[in-house]
Ligand binder design. Structure first.
Ligand SMILES: Cc1cc2nc3c(=O)[nH]c(=O)nc-3n(C[C@H](O)[C@H](O)[C@H](O)COP(=O)(O)OP(=O)(O)OC[C@H]3O[C@@H](n4cnc5c(N)ncnc54)[C@H](O)[C@@H]3O)c2cc1C
Length: 469
């Protein structure tokens, strides 16, 4: 134990070299626990929000914006204790629904859940969002989220326009055509360029989908995707689950598709959550003595998902993160996501398996989905088509576990970057600036442009402060 602690101390010193490149010298523990003393303000309407921005400007205050506050690395916080955290929670009204043109305009604090309850009775559905419904639309735009939809891609593709409150107090309507630079910066811009007030989104029709599942070997990942998924016009949603047992770690994969079908009508399918996630996490991850069940988990899951099932698009997008285990006194649950070119997925997973064993990291779940190449968002995380690997990890709340997780992550990031991959930004700030620049070579220009649109740097967050030049 003493040797292990000394080794960790030594490794931590090495790791800190990386963190010290960033502007802030932060404790690794704080990258997980996110202490924050800043006051939170919750304006009731646009008028109050404008007032806050004017006050911030005259009193040299910083503002960090909050949507549903689910990002995990301080993207809604500032290191400046005197900053204001401004929540858009109450700015959440429906402004317009055009059923015929399938367009909806909502205030940015509205959640996907609220939007779904408005559009479902009209036979409409959301084109792109996360796998869960609990997030705000403004926060989702600022991260440019993606889900399991195979063709709609990242959220930016279904954004028609938005209204932005600039830090000089002016209001701007931003469209792709009229203001391409600002459009591309704000979507995926982590709230650094202006405050999104209203968003007009393109919708699609709700429909019935049929679930199908097949197993394959992970070593065939690229060819499986190319031959069975990529060009299948019927597939709306695609995801992959992997074997997690010590005997077959990540070597077997279960492809789950939801395909358009003529059977039934979405109106006949009651909206209810598919709570498989909770059930699986409880059975296989949370109850520690049952971890050995991971050796049979894959076969149980394959049998479960191969059962015939019809589900509406809205139903599929109706899961809630409330079903996931919540942080408690002992443990926290974190996410990480890596976008790996298909030909390199197998190599990444082999390395991931070895590192995870070496550092004894508790991976509760790993899934894959597709992200299509995106050149619309300035800070795009998909410079090429890629497989998105999503990791769900339990981290005991102890300094040594934070440190081990940080070192493990840093090594995994290096491998991801060596394999021409990119990592996702709304999670813990564990990458060094060098790793950030390798993943996002455009980040220096992004930060220069931030200062063009917000010269007083009123809008901020820990991610910006951590890496700013
Ligand atoms: C359990 C879980 C599952 C997830 N699954 C997915 C997934 O499937 N796909 C995916 O892409 N991501 C996923 N994420 C990541 C998630 O999409 C992001 O963390 C997202 O930011 C959360 O939305 P939010 O409303 O909580 O935003 P917040 O965390 O509140 O804010 C995110 C960023 O947007 C800024 N912001 C918020 N509101 C505004 C506004 N009105 N104007 C300008 N800037 C604003 C904030 O300052 C911050 O920088 C998941 C996260 C969790 C915790």
């Amino acid at each position: 134990m003493v040797i292990q602690n000394k080794l960790l101390l030594f490794l931590s010193l090495l790791f800190m070299q990386g963190l010290l490149q960033a502007n802030q010298q932060v404790l690794i523990k704080d990258l997980f626990e996110l202490p924050c003393k800043a006051e939170t303000l919750t304006p009731e309407n646009l008028f109050e929000l404008q007032n806050i921005v004017t006050q911030a400007s005259s009193r040299h205050k910083k503002i960090a914006l909050i949507g549903a506050n689910k990002s995990m690395g301080g993207q809604t916080q500032s290191y400046d204790d005197g900053a204001w955290r401004v929540s858009l929670d109450k700015i959440n009204k429906l402004k317009n629904l055009n059923v015929q043109d399938k367009l909806v305009t909502v205030e940015a604090g509205m959640t996907w859940e609220q939007l779904q309850s408005i559009i479902t009775p009209h036979g409409l559905a959301i084109k792109a969002m996360q796998s869960f419904k609990d997030f705000s639309i403004g926060g989702s735009l600022s991260v440019n989220v993606h889900g399991q939809d195979l063709k709609e891609g990242q959220l930016i593709n279904s954004v028609h326009s938005f209204t932005l409150l600039m830090t000089d107090g002016s209001l701007k309507t931003v469209t792709r055509a009229k203001d391409p630079e600002l459009f591309s910066l704000v979507v995926g811009g982590y709230g650094l360029f202006g405050i999104i007030i209203e968003v007009t989104l393109e919708l699609t029709e709700d429909k019935v989908l049929e679930r199908k599942a097949v197993t394959f070997e992970t070593k065939d990942f690229a060819s499986f995707f190319k031959n069975n998924v990529q060009d299948n016009p019927n597939i709306e949603f695609w995801s992959v689950r992997f074997s997690l047992g010590s005997n077959d770690l990540y070597t077997r994969a279960l492809s789950i598709t939801y395909e358009a079908t003529d059977q039934g009508s979405p109106k006949d399918l009651v909206i209810k959550e598919d709570n498989y996630q909770l059930w699986a996490l409880k059975a296989f991850g949370l109850v520690k003595p049952f971890k050995v069940l991971n050796n049979v988990r894959f076969d149980i899951e394959a049998a479960f998902f191969k059962r015939p099932k019809l589900i509406s698009r809205n139903n599929f997008m109706n899961g809630s993160i409330k079903r996931l285990p919540q942080n408690n006194k002992k443990d926290m649950y974190i996410l990480q996501e890596y976008f790996i070119p298909y030909d390199n997925v197998n190599s990444f997973l082999e390395h991931f398996a070895a590192l995870t064993k070496q550092y004894n990291i508790n991976i509760l779940n790993i899934t894959a989905r597709h992200v299509g190449k995106d050149t619309n968002a300035f800070l795009s995380f998909a410079p090429q088509d890629a497989c998105a690997l999503v990791l769900y990890i339990r981290v005991p709340k102890k300094d040594t576990d934070y440190l081990t997780t940080a070192i493990w992550t840093s090594k995994l990031l290096d491998k991801c970057l060596d394999l021409n991959g990119v990592y996702y930004l709304p999670y813990q700030l564990l990458a060094t600036r060098d790793q950030l620049e390798r993943a996002y070579p455009q980040v220096r220009n992004f930060m220069d442009l931030k200062r063009k649109y917000d010269p007083l740097e009123i809008l901020t967050n820990k991610m910006y402060e951590h890496y700013a030049y």
